[in-house]
Design a protein. Sequence first.
Length: 82
Amino acid sequence: RRLERFLTQPFFTTEHFTGLPGKLVALEDTLDGCERILRDEFKDYPESALYMIGTIDEAKGKGGTVAKVPPPPAEPTQEARG
């Protein structure tokens, strides 16, 4: 699904309807992005970060912050157990 989201792109002809400026992405940049997604470089990014962007590097700036999982709670110490 990430690859499917990445292969969307804002078109110049739909700019008026979507409010997103059209993007022109070179084939080389598209293939680079596909390879990076398939190598799981963006596995921790939400799918929405890959949707309607140009190059894959735009995912990092489009809310593509890596999801940070909080650490598990610490085990209670002997003193805390009573």
